[in-house]
Ligand binder design. Structure first.
Ligand code: FCB
Length: 446
């Protein structure tokens, strides 16, 4: 079979989604609320005031999603499991109907020749656990181990690729420091505690997987960033280094057994609820790192404040921007991959999310010709090829996203899909970019 030029034969092409963003069926078959149900129902938190109650209705329409993936000839599908669907109490007995949903999904994917990439946590913590302190509470990491073990026991023989969680930086800092995400707190100590307990939860889940005797590859998905200094003034360079500690080293250093960065511990060590052996648990060996990349950013030094403990601010850049107001900087993807590959021990890397929101206007024929998105994808995938040429051990690329979905605090006002979802019927319709990605996977688009 022909392969895309410059990519190894076994390079994996896939698409990503997440449970709260697509499933809907929020109150069905025994699912209990997650912190995102609570947050999206609270007035003023979501730009269009909407929720994930129905979302893309993938809980019912998952066959349509698989059809889209088949049409692309995608090698893998990265989706996440709703914890409160499979363990509504956040502890104890699993909910069989919830487990059945994921078992059916995974079986159907495998039958279609699409490798299921199962992610245990994409931010939708059971509200019951939030009521007991959520990620601020160490106990939640133990509950996560129990939940992970349920998944291993029930569908562990069907899944070969596991990730513990998505972007713990967002869950900790957007959730507890800036308050943009659930649970909407603004408290630095809470954010730092959450960061530690998220990493600890990851470590517990990896250890339980190893003890289960199951076969498979295990990883974690982060959203690393190494912002450019806006100028070469010493204070701006130092600011960019602090930003990259918060966004990258804070996660990769402990995962690779280096402990938390020195700068971080000097400043915030007193916030951290580290107990004996925690750092060892966090550093359980894993097989790959998932990298989500959308943009790069330029930064300069700024006064420190409660919400800006690192004293860093973003400044205007010259690049074109997406509808998220994120700069389009394809070379930044190569730079971050190279940075990771050259700074931490060599480990397989996957781009687990990359994509863009644009104001997709359907033509009179109802078809979305999203040339902006195609250009974005083309340039970023070329940047992956450049990283490969420079020796980065990049093994695959997942596009965000298969379908338009609930974009967190932006509700449905931002679309990342290569297929749209009709808001009345929930029918999926491929956009032009869908056919671009199909051609790319077949080896004809770069
Ligand atoms: C990432 C999230 C994903 C999606 C994209 C646009 O931070 O992991 O769920 O919302 O951004």
């Amino acid at each position: 079979m022909k392969r895309q030029d410059g990519f190894p034969d076994d390079f994996l092409w896939g698409c990503s989604t997440s449970s709260y963003q697509i499933e809907g069926a929020a109150g069905e078959d025994g699912r209990s609320p997650s912190i995102w149900d609570t947050f999206s129902h609270a007035p003023g938190k979501i730009q269009d005031g909407r929720t994930g109650d129905i979302a893309c209705d993938s809980y019912r329409r998952w066959r349509d999603d698989i059809e889209l993936l088949r049409g692309l000839n995608a090698g893998a599908y990265r989706f996440s499991v709703s914890w409160s669907r499979v363990q509504p109490e956040g502890r104890g007995e699993p909910n069989q109907r919830g487990l059945d949903y994921y078992a059916r999904l995974v079986d159907a994917l495998s039958e279609a020749g699409i490798e299921p990439w199962l992610e245990l946590f994409h931010w939708d913590l059971p509200q019951k656990l939030e009521n007991e302190g959520g990620w601020r509470n160490r106990e939640t990491a133990l509950r996560f181990e129990e939940y992970a073990s349920i998944m291993y026991r029930h569908i562990g023989d069907k899944v070969r690729h596991w990730t513990s969680m998505n972007e713990p930086w967002c869950a900790a800092f957007l959730g507890h420091l800036t308050g943009e995400h659930a649970p909407g707190m603004r408290d630095r100590i809470a954010a730092n505690r959450a960061a530690h307990h998220l990493l600890l939860a990851h470590g517990f889940a990896v250890r339980a997987f190893q003890q289960s005797g199951l076969k498979g590859e295990y990883g974690i998905v982060i959203n690393p960033s190494k912002p450019r200094p806006a100028t070469l003034r010493a204070e701006d360079i130092a600011a960019s280094e602090r930003a990259s500690i918060e966004r990258t080293s804070l996660w990769l250093d402990p995962l690779f057994g280096r402990g938390y960065p020195k700068y971080f511990m000097e400043r915030f060590g007193a916030d951290m609820p580290i107990e004996a052996r925690d750092m060892e648990i966090i550093a359980q060996p894993i097989d790959f790192i998932g990298v989500n990349y959308y943009n790069e950013e330029a930064v300069r030094a700024a006064p420190e404040s409660i919400e800006n403990p690192y004293g860093v601010e973003s400044v205007r850049t010259w690049q074109k921007r997406t509808e998220m107001d994120w700069e389009i900087e394809p070379a930044g993807l190569r730079r971050i991959l190279e940075y990771i590959a050259s700074t931490w021990p060599r480990k397989a890397l996957y781009v687990t999310e990359n994509g863009a929101a644009f104001p997709d206007m359907a033509g009179p024929d109802g078809f979305v010709r999203d040339y902006d998105r195609i250009e974005y994808l083309k340039e970023h995938i070329s940047s992956c090829r450049a990283a490969l040429r420079r020796g980065v051990p990049l093994k695959g690329y997942f596009l965000w996203s298969l379908i338009d979905n609930f974009e967190w605090s932006f509700g449905y006002t931002r679309s990342f899909g290569i297929a749209s979802v009709d808001q009345a019927t929930r029918n999926r319709q491929p956009k032009l970019s869908y056919y671009f990605y199909r051609d790319l996977i077949a080896g004809f688009a770069l």
